[in-house]
Design a protein around this ligand. Structure first.
Ligand SMILES: Cc1cc2nc3c(=O)[nH]c(=O)nc-3n(C[C@H](O)[C@H](O)[C@H](O)COP(=O)(O)OP(=O)(O)OC[C@H]3O[C@@H](n4cnc5c(N)ncnc54)[C@H](O)[C@@H]3O)c2cc1C
Length: 397
């Protein structure tokens, strides 16, 4: 009997996990199914580019996984029953149920309106493709001089504000940041950010809390109105509610709580990777929702599953940060070097070289996903019935 591995979500981390498992396990021993709502892989890290009218290369999942032994199933996951070991899906052929022996939960995240009044009605977002396409259509209809406010001074907000300002110099673009602009960056990084925003004509509102969004403005907690024909909400991500509705142990954020091997602390036959996982990184800090930590977490999960199924040695993939790569339009960027636990150090790269470096990182990440089994040494080991049975049991601490 084949061991059934179901991977939910074919974003960066789900696709990498599925591809790596295919390279680690013998085809006759396992049936790997990768479930995704959309038929192609979406480069989420480029959603601000999509929103500003740039064309992204289509990457159909069927082509990416052809010949790998991974079966791609295009369907929307509607629920997980972690006790019955089943997943409910709905797709072109109606509703269905998938049974698994090992589950990898990698459904990623979406935008986080944080319950701020008016966001649902008036704000735009770029956490995923539908949102980015909606914003793209709206931006295309804006006339010269109209106003755009990006709410959120984190990495996504910075990238969005710069990209929009560069692509549409005729618009009046502003950013509203809860803290000081780029507070967490090195002095060199902060200075560069201010220089670029000044050059691009981005108005910076710092230390402001946006309390509500209206059709033509955002209103801050102290009652100040900032004109906004378009509000882009970029204050962080929130996970999909599916995990929270299961018996899996989840954090307050709704992320599945996992151990160092990315295995659920409550259900040993379930793994969670990427944005959907609450995993501790260096400094005992939760991993940031990012490809930067999601990718090694996917490697770790795949290798841990393979090791447990085949009786191999449990891997210890180092999950740490090296830098924060920020695009500031297509011609400028900032590579902030950080400590293993994501704190900025003095060193930072800026300007065109940083933009080029960031582009290489994005291309490399997409290449790794689009060629899921290429370049990875095959170490296929047989799955034994004994190992498969004991893989769903937690080892003594
Ligand atoms: C504009 C932007 C810029 C970013 N820039 C960076 C950056 O520079 N560096 C960095 O490290 N991170 C960056 N990030 C964050 C990064 O994109 C995410 O952390 C990363 O995509 C998470 O990977 P994931 O596999 O967990 O989820 P995702 O990549 O979101 O993949 C989830 C997959 O699950 C699918 N899915 C979701 N719900 C369902 C369902 N119900 N049924 C079936 N399928 C479903 C989705 O279609 C998707 O394919 C950026 C994000 C954005 C939005």
């Amino acid at each position: 009997m084949q061991h059934r591995i179901v991977v939910l979500g074919a974003g960066y981390t789900g696709a990498i996990t599925a591809g790596r498992l295919a390279k680690r396990l013998r085809r006759e021993d396992v049936a790997i199914t990768l479930v995704n709502a959309e038929p192609d892989f979406v480069e989420r890290v480029r959603m601000h580019q999509l929103a500003t009218g740039q064309r992204l290369r289509p990457r159909p999942l069927g082509e990416m996984f052809a010949g790998t032994g991974v079966e791609v199933r295009i369907a929307k996951v509607t629920g997980v029953d972690a006790d019955r070991r089943t997943v409910s899906v709905t797709g072109a052929d109606g509703d269905g149920e998938l049974a698994y022996d090992t589950l990898v939960y990698a459904l990623g995240s979406g935008w986080n309106p944080q319950g701020v009044p008016g966001t649902a009605e008036h704000a735009y977002e770029i956490a995923g493709r539908p949102g980015a396409l909606r914003l793209r259509e709206r931006l295309a209809r804006l006339r010269a001089g109209q106003t755009v406010v990006v709410v959120g001074g984190g990495l996504t907000g910075l990238e969005a504000a710069a990209e929009i300002a560069e692509a549409r110099p005729d618009l009046d673009v502003a950013i509203a940041a809860g803290d000081g602009l780029g507070d967490w960056l090195s002095p060199k990084g902060r200075e560069h950010l201010r220089k670029v925003f000044a050059r691009l004509g981005v108005t910076v509102h710092e230390h402001v809390t946006v309390a509500s969004v209206e059709a033509d403005r955002v209103v801050t907690a102290d009652g100040t109105a900032i004109p906004a024909d378009v509000t882009v909400w970029a204050t962080g991500f929130a996970v999909h509610p599916i995990a929270k509705a299961t018996t899996l142990e989840v954090a307050d954020t709704g992320q599945i709580v996992v151990d160092g091997t990315l295995r659920s602390v409550s259900h040993p036959d379930v793994y969670a990777v990427g944005d959907a996982a609450m995993a501790m990184g260096p400094g005992n800090k939760p991993l940031r929702m990012s490809c930067a930590s999601g990718t090694p977490s996917a490697w770790q999960a795949a290798d841990a599953i393979a090791a447990r199924l085949t009786g191999g040695k449990l891997p210890n993939v180092p999950i740490r940060y090296f830098n924060q790569c920020v695009s500031l339009g297509r011609r400028d960027g900032l590579i902030q070097v950080v400590t293993a636990d994501d704190r900025a150090v003095r060193a930072a790269l800026t300007g065109r070289f940083a933009a080029f470096y960031k582009e290489l990182v994005c291309k490399g990440a997409a290449w790794g996903v689009a060629n899921p089994t290429l370049g990875l040494p095959a170490r296929r080991r047989p799955v034994t019935h004994k190992q498969a049975a004991s893989s769903a049991v937690r080892e003594p601490a």
